[in-house]
Write a protein that binds this ligand. Sequence first.
Ligand code: TXA
Ligand code: MG
Length: 344
Amino acid sequence: MKTILIDGLTNIQKAADIIQQGGLVASPTETVYGLCANALNPTAVSNIFKAKGRPNDNPLIIHIADLDMLNDLVLEISDTAKTLIEHFWPGPLTLIFKANPSIPAEVTAGLSTVAIRFPSHPMMRELITKSKVPIAAPSANTSGKPSPTNARRVMDDLDGKIEAVIDGSTSEFGLESTIVDTTTEIPIILRPGAVTFEMLEDLLGEVHLDSTLSHSLKEGEKPKAPGMKYTHYSPNAEVIIVDGNLDNIVSSISFFVEEKHKLGKKVGILATDETMHLFKADFVLSCGTEKDLLTVAFHLFEVLRKFDDAGMDIVYSLAFPKIGIGSAVMNRLEKSASHRIINV
Ligand code: TXA
Ligand code: MG
């Protein structure tokens, strides 16, 4: 299949035509690029799983462009959900609802709940509106790889496997949406994102974190968002997080780099604007400034992919404070490191 690039400023109608014909189109959103299909067309939805190599027990998020679409997809909208919708939609927040049973099981992976998001990105919204259907869309990467934040990275993974990619700007946030389960008495965060724990707690008073978010999964343990159990965000390079006080981190990493060089390995370091001058390795990249972790979120997935472009075998990464968006950054980084963390 030839994958075409569509100019997002002038030609969304062409992308909408593809969606209506049951094809797949990757589109920018404010979080990461999504791989879109008509959520009501089971064959089109199955093709998403094939193109990504995604396990089919991992349900998809349905994207909507107005609240009428929501009413058709869910059985119940709790007061908590109403408050969250009012404050954070359109935006980087996905809500879990009791699903209307008419939603294809391919989307929900047979669960009785459904994940819905109202994105703010104008191209994605126009795509939904012009397609006239709700759109199922996971991140537009090969399963297991870091999510793409620009059209080029979508092409790196999916060229030849999907009909089209809408070329738009780099995603504003750089990490996938926060997921909140609104079907429980007290809402539960299933995946941290740009709508932070602190923001949700301020608004709602009480919010829980899915218990599996605070540690690496033990055998038999199941997170409430099925996708959170898979290895994720992994570049080809082995990622290792080094945490502790900065002097110790610098001296430890310098020792590790020397050891790995003796084995003929190429070593990268994921640092910050403030610290990158302290390190020597084959490839040192800043992920943003410590003064504003939104910049780290914005660059993280692209930086992980750049280490692969440069052929690094191992990447040592600094850790970030788990405050605000830092929690989402560390959730993705720890997964990309398969929870390999060295405390120094
Ligand atoms: O920002 C985002 O959310 C992006 C953009 C494209 O919208 N999408 C995204 O989709 O990250 P994906 O498929 O990569 O991640 C969706 C997550 C998975 O972990 C999945 O298991 C979870 O949402 N999920 C979907 N439906 C669910 C449900 N009914 N209950 C619990 N978790 C659900
Ligand atoms: Mg994903």
